[in-house]
Design a protein around this ligand. Structure first.
Ligand code: ADP
Length: 466
């Protein structure tokens, strides 16, 4: 790509340079044509020395020359200025032979037009002077009578100069084209490199052009795009990792009860000599394990429900204070049976929210089950309901064992348990809090674990007021 663009630039510049030369030549031709057109009207050509000269210089009528800003001088054979009228650029009465020769030969370089004519009878030179308006001297002089050797030498010099001129143009065009092309090819190459890296899977690739033109805009767009892709890919990787871990956890957690059911069922079939008591014990193991597997599958179903397109809440305008008071009343017997203490602090007035009471009840039940399951008797459970920033805040706390700080961010992920042994006595699946959080979110609120620093744990449910 670089080559092509650079060569294109080189070609363009060569054409421009050659067109410039052509335009310059044309300009000269036009100039000489135009100057031919106006030459008759120029004062210097209207009063040449030949038209006013007389044998006796005293008879010359100098008035038209003087009136038009010019001057007339007469120099005799002794180089004396014997007559002078009007404009006088000689400024002397007597010239030396050298000065007079200089006047004759160098008159072209002065800002005056000199027309010098010799009058043989009167033996004097008539000099008619006019100020030059603007003059451009450019002429090609050529004489066939010149010696052949001179022609070759002069022609060689001219050819050399022309060739050098063309070579210099070529060199300048080359350098200039490379420099200007670099302004485009360098950022383009960097952008291409970045795109290639992105294509090859390096999503951290960014481009730094240090420019402020349109390329900078392209660079920013590219970097934004790369950042987004990087973010999306990391999200996808994370969700892929979560999914993989979930499948692993599910199969792991299902494996134990299923193998147990299979093992005991086989024993029952094969061992005919089993006593009635042994048979009952085996059947109880089978029943417990099938219950466990069933519970796990039910919870998995509940967990996946909010993600399914068919899932919809059936929200009803509900007085949440009244509803939580009712739930707390239902929890009392469970807490008392477990030997727990309890305190409820619910707002007296009515606060309305949109609630799918069946599903919301699942959150409260799960928090109560956990409190009872993971804490010793004598633990105090507190439920409070307040309002903050147009939100209902329900804090469900206990002063029990608590959840380690490093798990605060993870405890709502499926299968995360404080005691991660799969054969835990408590038999929890680690899905309850994930399900509860999803239900809270489906209500437009959230379920979080507060870091209070106190003993025990505080789960906070928020739900928007209406
Ligand atoms: P599980 O089915 O295991 O109870 P959860 O998602 O409901 O799953 O809870 C995840 C883990 O959080 C539990 O295994 C337990 O270790 C811990 N946990 C939850 N609530 C409490 C609590 N009130 N006190 C102490 N630990 C708790």
């Amino acid at each position: 790509m670089k080559r092509k663009l650079s060569n294109q630039f080189l070609g363009n510049f060569l054409v421009i340079f050659l067109l410039t030369i052509l335009a310059t030549v044309l300009a000269f031709v036009l100039l000489s044509f135009a100057s031919g057109l106006i030459s008759d009207s120029l004062i210097k050509n209207r009063y040449p020395a030949s038209t006013i000269i007389k044998e006796d210089y005293r008879e010359i009528d100098v008035s038209p020359v003087v009136e038009n800003g010019g001057g007339v001088q007469v120099v005799d054979k002794e180089y004396r200025v014997v007559y002078s009228r009007g404009l006088d650029t000689i400024g002397k009465d007597q010239l030396s032979a050298e000065e007079f020769t200089k006047l004759l030969t160098e008159s072209k370089s002065k800002p005056y037009h000199y027309d010098i004519l010799y009058q043989p009878q009167g033996e004097f030179w008539l000099i008619v002077t006019f100020p030059t308006s603007i003059r451009l001297d450019f002429s090609l002089v050529y004489n066939k009578a010149a010696p052949a050797g001179d022609f070759i030498r002069a022609g060689g010099v001219i050819a050399f100069a022309a060739l050098s001129y063309l070579l210099i143009i070529l060199l300048f065009a080359f350098i200039y084209s490379r420099v200007t092309a670099a302004g485009i090819t360098v950022p383009l190459r960097k952008l291409c490199d970045g795109t290639r890296l992105l294509r090859e899977g390096d999503y951290s690739a960014r481009v730094d052009l240090r420019l402020k033109n349109e390329f900078a805009e392209l660079q920013n767009t590219f970097n934004d795009m790369a950042a987004r892709i990087e973010h999306e890919i990391s999200l996808r990787k994370k969700s892929e990792e979560d999914r993989r871990r979930l499948i692993l956890d599910i199969s792991h957690d299902l494996k134990n009860p299923m193998s147990s059911i299979q093992g005991y069922a086989e024993l029952l079939m094969k061992k005919s000599e089993l006593t009635g008591q042994e048979r009952d014990e085996y059947l109880e193991v089978i029943l417990n394990n099938s219950k466990r597997a069933n519970r796990l599958l039910t919870e998995l179903f509940e967990l996946s429900q909010p993600d399914s397109p068919e899932f919809s809440l059936k929200p009803v305008r509900t007085d949440i204070c009244e509803y939580i008071r009712q739930i707390c009343g239902e929890l009392v017997s469970q807490l008392e049976r477990a030997g727990f203490e309890y305190e409820f602090d619910i707002l007296e007035e009515s606060v309305f929210v949109l609630l799918d009471t069946d599903r919301f009840g699942r959150i409260m039940q799960n928090l109560a089950d956990n409190a009872v399951r993971y804490n010793p008797p004598g633990t105090l459970v507190t439920v409070s309901l307040t309002t903050q920033n147009h939100q209902v805040v329900i804090d469900f706390s206990d002063n029990g064992t608590g959840i380690p700080a490093h798990l605060v961010d993870h405890i709502f992920k499926p299968f995360v348990r404080v005691d991660d042994s799969r054969n835990s006595k408590t038999g929890g699946s680690g899905l309850g809090l994930s399900i509860a959080k999803r239900i809270a979110r489906a209500h437009g609120g959230d379920l979080t674990l507060c870091l209070t620093g106190d003993k025990g744990s505080t789960f906070r449910i928020t739900i928007p007021m209406i």
